[in-house]
Design a protein around this ligand. Structure first.
Ligand SMILES: Nc1nc2c(ncn2[C@@H]2O[C@H](COP(=O)(O)OP(=O)(O)O)[C@@H](O)[C@H]2O)c(=O)[nH]1
Ligand SMILES: [Mg+2]
Ligand SMILES: [Zn+2]
Length: 424
């Protein structure tokens, strides 16, 4: 399976699709507000049945989810409800992430509470930070302070390309550089295949061109520390009030600390999430996939094919890509890294008694967890997805959502995680 599929496409989408076909008929014990019984509750009067309350998860706090509802029954009803996740979702392993489209039941308008009963299949999923249904990555770099580092920019671009999500590149701090420097940067980036939006936030603000790519979609803001991500979001959404110059990156992320991800609403519609900066994203893709993350290579391959289907565009005879392009040396460097990474993964997995090697019908090598018993089969299939995902994508330690810390995603399957106090 292509790494890209594991990352955000088929793997995640399939998981949620499988789950969403389950019926979530409610446990309606006639407890709360009689949410599924027709009648004259005030919600019925407004034509919005409580069972059809839909919304987007905009923040996750411990085992609670802030859901922004698409519609509310009365003007004074709260737009956001603090929700738990139904035990049923937990049992089938349906995680809830920021960005998920959900159905909410049992709204308690006064207490501003509810319960998430269903999660819609995801269009995309990013695991770093965990956000579902991202439409666009806004990659912010600064032209100065910190100085533009082309190698770092390339790595961020390639990491972003590897998600398959649309990229919008932004060069900030325009006020700090002269025209000739800016133009030479723009010429280089154009050769790579990118046409960035140039902004400044602080002096003589210039952000207008950012508005249209962000309107109406869900965007994740990424980039190194100090380039002006938080400043940009604050300028676009004054109510966001993100801390500028906040410490971020590896130091700020302990093993069990949650990275707080929150989606902010743009005044004209659309959602925006800040991410903690990280200085050098770990590139953990397969050697085969790497070429697809360079627009220059994609462009050449669209015109002409290499002689060999498995060409790595290094010095193979009949290669259509060649070596006469600006980022060729970087490509070679990353190809070597990818080959090394693949080899390490193979060794790690071969040595691990929890996995067995299997060759699929289409000839791909996969590693499956050895199953403890039939009883855990359903559970283990899910863990397998998760584990392979981690193996391919995560060189760093896993950073878990708090509600995964209950062991739900552990590869050790001896104890089924069927019970948890946090459930309702
Ligand atoms: N001169 C200048 N400084 C900026 C601009 N945008 C942000 N800054 C400054 O850059 C520093 C880092 O900004 P911040 O938004 O915290 O960056 P983040 O780490 O990417 O979120 C702050 O001191 C900002 O005031 C800009 O367009 N021009
Ligand atoms: Mg910041
Ligand atoms: Zn080639």
């Amino acid at each position: 399976m292509a790494a890209k599929d594991l990352k955000q496409g088929k793997g995640a989408a399939k998981r949620s699709a499988d789950i969403s076909t389950n019926s979530f008929s409610t446990n309606s014990q006639g407890t709360k507000i009689g949410s599924h019984i027709g009648g004259n509750s005030r919600d019925d009067l407004t034509g919005i049945a409580e069972t059809s309350l839909t919304g987007t998860v905009v923040a996750v706090q411990a085992n609670y989810y802030w859901v922004r509802l698409d519609q509310v029954p009365m003007a004074e009803s709260p737009r956001r409800l603090l929700c738990t996740r139904r035990a049923r979702l937990k049992k089938v392993g349906q995680r809830v992430a920021v960005g998920d489209r959900v159905t909410v039941e049992e709204p308690d308008w006064q207490g501003q509470r509810g319960a998430i009963a269903q999660v819609s299949p995801r269009r995309s999923y990013l695991d770093r930070p965990p956000i579902a249904n991202v439409d666009r990555i806004l990659l912010v770099f600064s032209l100065a302070e910190p100085a533009l580092d082309f190698n770092q920019l390339s790595r961020f671009l390639i990491k972003a390309e590897s998600t398959g999500i649309d990229i919008c590149l932004c060069l900030n701090k325009r006020d700090l550089v002269g025209d000739s420097f800016l133009n030479s940067v723009l010429e280089s980036l154009d050769r790579w295949g990118y046409q960035p939006i140039v902004t400044s936030v602080v002096k003589d603000p210039h952000l207008a061109e950012l508005r249209s790519p962000l309107a109406g979609v869900t965007t994740v803001v990424a980039g190194p520390s100090g380039v002006g991500k938080s400043s940009t979001i604050n300028a676009l959404i004054p109510t966001a009030q993100l801390r500028v110059n906040a410490v971020s990156g590896k130091l700020a992320r302990g093993r069990h600390t949650t990275r707080h991800v929150e989606l902010f609403e743009l005044p004209g519609g659309g959602l925006l999430a800040d991410t903690p900066g990280f200085n050098q994203p770990a590139l953990s893709c397969t050697p085969e996939a790497l070429a697809g993350y360079f627009p220059e290579i994609r462009r050449r391959l669209a015109q002409k094919q290499c002689r060999y289907g498995n060409c790595r565009h290094r010095d193979e005879p009949g290669c259509a890509v060649g070596d006469d392009w600006e980022r060729y040396d970087l490509y070679l460097e990353l190809l070597e890294e990818a080959e090394l990474f693949e080899e390490q993964q193979r060794q790690q997995v071969e040595e691990d008694p929890k996995f067995k090697r299997k060759v699929t019908r289409d000839g791909q090598e996969v590693y499956e967890p050895r199953l403890a018993s039939q009883r855990y089969r359903r559970q283990s299939r899910r863990s397998q997805h998760q584990t392979l995902e981690d193996l391919v994508w995560d060189q760093e330690q896993a950073e878990l959502e708090p509600d995964e810390l209950d062991g739900e995603f552990a590869t050790d399957l001896e104890e089924p995680p069927w019970h948890s106090d946090a459930d309702r």
